[in-house]
Each structure stands twice: as structure tokens, then as C-alpha cells.
Design a protein around this ligand. Sequence first.
Ligand SMILES: [Zn+2]
Length: 178
Amino acid sequence: MEVQTRFFGRGESSTPPCPCGYFNHPEKECICPPGMVQKYLSKISGPLLDRIDLHVEVTPVNFTELASDRLAEKSELIRDRVIKAREVQATRFGSKPDLHANAQMSPQMVRDICKITPAGQALLKKAMEKLGLSARAYDRILKVSRTIADLACSEEIELEHLAEAINFRSLDREGWAG
Ligand SMILES: [Zn+2]
């Protein structure tokens, strides 16, 4: 089984984290020489990562874990939450044809709709500086945090929503795998 870093965006793609495929694997050892993982990941260019909404690192799950019926959130509940969030967005963009979802907002709409608190602004500023994020990534974080707030039935974008959205930029982090 391979460790995969999956990219969810328009369409979804995934890539193994290193040439041998075992970087970050919970049980197997990555045999790539030092520096190789970074070199390999740097081939996924910044502008490409900018266009991807959510960076999610996925480690393999072993069979006993998969087979155990531990309590996970029921998919019907998740479905209901997604439907509700979609309704909120449909209402938000009701007057605008061809606009149905937060992801489609123009930069100006992001400014108008994705308002954040001063504490949120401070957090985002810090993340921008630390991760060296582009303006496009900035807008993307705001859109994703708006969606996370919608899923939580929250009118405001709270600090936790913003923090979660920033977390989805994990591959922008400098020194990733370093
Ligand atoms: Zn490796």
C-alpha cells in the first residue's frame, strides 16, 4: 500500500509522497536518500498547488482498522449537512445566475462575503507570512473557511473555521518534509 498525498480540487488527483512511496508511512521505512523527498515534492509547483482547494495528507489504514466497526459519523448525517450548506450558498447567490457555490466567488465577492474578525485577520496574516502564501491562496482560504462555516451552520466565519481552512494549505508550508 502506498502513502498518498491526495489533492482535491476541480477533479481530484493524488501523488505518492516520494519516489519509493513510503515517506510518512506508519509501518514501512522510506528508503529515499536525504533531500530526495523535498526535491520530489518541489516538482509540484506553487502555482499548481494554488489552484487546489484542499491539501489532505492520507496515511494508509491497516486492515484491522478498516474492518473494525468503530463509530464513525453516519454518511446520511454528513449528506444532510452538505445539503444544508448547499442551500445556504444557493440563498447567498440567489440573485446571481451561474453562481451556486462559494468556490465560484470573484475576488471582490470574497472581500464582501467572507468577512473575518480582527482576531481572524491576525491569524491569517501570520499564516500568510509563515507559509509564504500567494494572494490566490489567501482568497482560497477565505472561500474554504466560508464553506466550513456553512457546514457548521455558522453565520460568521469563526477563528476555528479559519484555522481549519489554513490547515488545508499544508503543502504550501515551507520545509514540508524537511
Ligand atoms: Zn521514499
